[in-house]
Design a protein around this ligand. Structure first.
Ligand code: ZN
Length: 388
């Protein structure tokens, strides 16, 4: 099921997942459980839910805006029934920047909560209350503007507390890891943060039934799965940082010369081809450009006339991780690899997927056994699929 985009803020796409349609149904169901059909209570429930998700969205936009401040790419923000997810490329960011990006979300909810306080006081004064007591009494019996303001304040405080839990995928997990990277490397910091998160999750799973709050059990399971998934991602990242891209580049018969004709570039099938002159990279012939040139009847044109001269190369000694990040930044899925300034081969998105799968197979050797292990593995695979 694909999310659909409802708008853009500062270039960040705001998506809604199709399962979000369950939210109004849940509100109606909840209302019915609470005491049958009551139009005004239903409207109140819908408005409150809408405002809660607006706060969740502002929280995610806080992360996004801070990331943009540091020139970090923000893919999009997606609203799910259980909350919001901002996809931000913080993997290559400095720990301090990752910390600031993680803090920006909860900071927004703190700001909203502080902003609501004078409104609540004003509402109480307008109602002629002299102390908070009568207002609280009103909140518990009537759905009105007073209840709306107080509930929103509580929701924002809950969002802050929940997101600051030091466990992945919550912001607190990222904040904890950023602190740990002061004393150790990112891989170890992640591992420690994952374990701390899982201990907290286990605590939630135990505490849930004790306090009769069964939703804590679900949160605990979710945290355990997400922490595992984060640990995996970072392990893969670390492995990719250790591999140099040179060994995975395809030689591709040394690229193509600019004096060749366009159809010659297609002899190995339509693909992105590096243009080289005397062993040096001079341009890139993008698959799409070649096909367009052919369609426009420009078969006789030379590669040098059609090629993209504005091409960025990577060094054979650069890590697979750095080159993949570069490809994401450039929005290109093929990049020439050079060694001492001379063309060595082309690294493509497919090559990257090949490396990624190899590493994943290597990691899967330590796959968990037992029912819980299998379930958590399945959920973690599902989570990663969501992340894509
Ligand atoms: Zn957050």
């Amino acid at each position: 099921m694909r999310s659909f985009t409802i708008g853009r803020v500062q270039g960040i796409a705001i998506n809604i997942h199709p399962t979000f349609a369950l939210v109004p149904l849940l509100v109606i169901w909840n209302q019915q459980q609470a005491g049958g059909w009551d139009a005004s209570a239903l409207v109140f429930g819908m408005i409150l839910t809408g405002l809660v998700f607006a706060c969740v969205l502002l929280h995610e936009l806080g992360h996004g805006a801070m990331a943009l401040q540091f020139g970090i790419r923000v893919h999009d923000i997606t609203l799910w029934p259980m909350g919001g997810v901002a996809r931000i490329e913080t993997a290559a960011a400095a720990p301090k920047v990752e910390w600031l990006v993680a803090m920006a979300g909860p900071a927004i909810n703190v700001a909203i909560a502080i902003g609501l306080l004078p409104l609540i006081v004003l509402y109480g004064l307008l109602r002629g209350y002299r102390s908070p007591g009568p207002l609280m009494d009103e909140v518990f019996v009537a759905d009105g503007p007073g209840a709306l303001l107080v509930y929103l304040l509580l929701v924002n405080l809950l969002l802050v507390a929940f997101n600051l839990l030091p466990a992945f995928p919550m912001d607190g997990g990222r904040i904890l890891r950023a602190w740990l990277t002061v004393v150790t490397d990112r891989d170890t910091a992640t591992r420690v943060a994952v374990v701390i998160g899982q201990v907290i999750a286990a605590g939630l799973i135990v505490a849930g039934p004790v306090f009769g709050q069964y939703s804590l059990v679900l949160v605990g399971i979710f945290v355990i799965v997400a922490a595992r998934s984060e640990g995996r991602t970072v392990r893969l990242e670390t492995a990719m940082r250790r591999l140099s891209v040179g060994q995975f580049a395809l030689w591709d018969s040394g690229g193509i010369e600019p004096t060749r004709t366009v159809p010659h570039a297609l002899r190995g099938g339509p693909r992105d081809v590096v243009v080289t002159d005397d062993g040096r990279v001079v341009g890139m012939l993008w698959r799409g450009q070649v096909l367009r040139a052919m369609r426009d009847g420009l078969e006789s044109r030379l590669v040098g006339e059609v090629m993209d001269r504005d091409v960025v190369s990577a060094d054979a000694r650069d890590s697979v991780f750095d080159v993949q990040q570069l490809m994401i930044r450039l929005d290109r899925w093929a990049i020439p690899i050079t060694e001492d300034g001379l063309y060595k081969g082309v690294f493509t998105g497919e090559r990257f997927m090949h490396v990624y799968r190899q590493l994943e197979v290597g990691q899967a050797r330590g796959r968990p056994t037992g029912v819980f292990g299998q379930v958590s593995q399945g959920l973690s695979d599902m989570l990663r699929a969501f992340g894509r």
